[in-house]
Design a binder for this molecule. Structure first.
Ligand SMILES: Cc1cc2nc3c(=O)[nH]c(=O)nc-3n(C[C@H](O)[C@H](O)[C@H](O)COP(=O)(O)O)c2cc1C
Ligand SMILES: [Fe+2]
Ligand SMILES: [Fe+2]
Length: 382
């Protein structure tokens, strides 16, 4: 990826990590981005995951072309970015480490404590002059760790945005939006308010390019990316539409969910259907946030409800799911309990409007249930 002659990409692509952060499936991999600013003084913008230390050091060495770097700027200490700090510090003993004061206090948790002697803690709006390039440091606490900062390079108008604007996948071949959404809601989503604060700070800057720590370097019309972040961080739906999420033991609830989806589509709604036992939980969560409406269809299970649905609701609650309209379909063979259990979770979320109609199926879908589902669909779309 090309930024400019004096700001170069030295990141690495990880195509065979099974789970990102120990839980997110990334079938198209992920990149750990890193950049070098070449000037009188040379600054490396972040290191990479320990899985790729060797490849990254080789990229860095090639771009440095015999020079030793002056600074390693550290935006974020999570191991996918701090994993190679020790190695590069050992390789270039004259290099200083630049980070927030908060990061400085956490640094010994990730590297040898002796490295603290070479580390400089910077404050909000502090600058570092490299020659023609100047970096301005802007703190971004809780986006999505407390020590995070972004850096703005004023001569080329480049914002090094830490994990914000990041995405899974291969930036060379994959589109930004679908995986950026899945990345945002699962990794950053709980912290909408700190993201809004960062966006306000960024609005005061004249930005030509955004260089995140994962995925694409964003250039050109940046408003499309900024607009998505504004919507996502405010928890507003991105579009009108419905996620139909179901958990079904024997398939009857799945049939009801698919019928609801077909009826919704007939009414012109945009619909995504997810099977919570089979489809990716992180995708389901991101789709729930994308749309303004949600259908939850679930089997009763051991006096409670299907655990995959409970897991989904736990995820939604943990990521501050709010401001949505929800319809419920339950199934049970002798004492249906799923709607009650799902409602108990929804009541713990902010501004969730649950439809008055709840469809209760006793084992298999009957004609009367189809009529009830039609009524539910009408109420949801009203
Ligand atoms: C392990 C297990 C536990 C169940 N527990 C309940 C229950 O507590 N109450 C109930 O009404 N039905 C219970 N059921 C029945 C299912 O809820 C019912 O067969 C199912 O909802 C039908 O829809 P499905 O085909 O989508 O699974 C249970 C079924 C299984 C397999
Ligand atoms: Fe992170
Ligand atoms: Fe990251």
């Amino acid at each position: 990826m090309k930024i400019s002659d004096t700001i170069q990409y030295v990141g690495v692509y990880d195509g065979d990590l099974d789970l990102f952060e120990g839980q997110y499936h990334i079938p198209a991999g992920v990149s750990y981005n890193s950049y070098i600013i070449l000037d009188e003084k040379t600054a490396i913008m972040d290191s990479v995951d320990a899985r790729k230390t060797g490849e990254w050091l080789a990229n860095v060495e090639k771009v440095l072309n015999g020079k030793a770097p002056d600074y390693l700027v550290i935006a974020h200490l999570e191991p996918d970015h701090s994993g190679s700090i020790q190695a590069i510090a050992d390789k270039y003993p004259g290099m200083k480490l630049v980070m927030t004061v908060k990061a400085l206090s956490m640094l010994p948790q990730f590297v040898d404590a002796s490295l603290t002697a070479r580390a400089v803690g910077v404050k909000e709006n502090e600058t570092l002059c490299l020659g023609a390039h100047t970096l301005k440091f802007i703190t971004a606490p809780m986006v999505h760790w407390p020590e995070v900062m972004v850096s703005y390079e004023s001569s080329e108008k480049v914002l090094f945005s830490a994990d914000a604007f990041g995405t899974f996948g291969n930036p060379e071949t994959d589109p930004w939006l679908p995986e950026a959404r899945r990345y945002y809601f699962n990794i950053v989503g709980k912290y909408g308010s700190p993201v809004t604060t960062l966006l306000k700070k960024a609005a005061a800057l004249d930005v030509a390019a955004i260089c995140p720590l994962h995925g694409h370097v964003l250039t050109g019309e940046l408003s499309e990316y900024l607009d998505k972040y504004k919507i996502w961080s405010s928890y507003a739906p991105e579009e009108t539409g419905v996620l139909v999420a179901f958990g079904s033991l024997h398939g009857n609830t799945a049939k009801a969910a698919k019928l609801a989806a077909d009826m919704l589509k007939e009414q012109g709604a945009k619909v995504t259907v997810v099977d919570l036992a089979r489809d990716d939980m992180a995708f389901a969560l991101a789709e729930a946030f994308k749309y303004d409406r949600l259908v939850l269809a679930c089997s009763t299970y051991d006096g409670n409800f299907f655990p995959k649905m409970e897991d989904f609701l736990l995820h939604l609650k943990a990521k501050a799911f709010q401001k949505r309209k929800v319809a419920l379909i339950e199934n049970g063979s002798w004492a249906p309990m799923a709607a009650k259990g799902m409602k108990a979770y929804l009541e713990q979320m902010k501004d969730i409007a649950v439809c008055e109609n709840t469809v209760t199926i006793k084992s298999t879908l009957k004609d009367e249930n189809k009529v009830q589902i039609a009524a539910l669909v009408s109420e949801l779309l009203a």
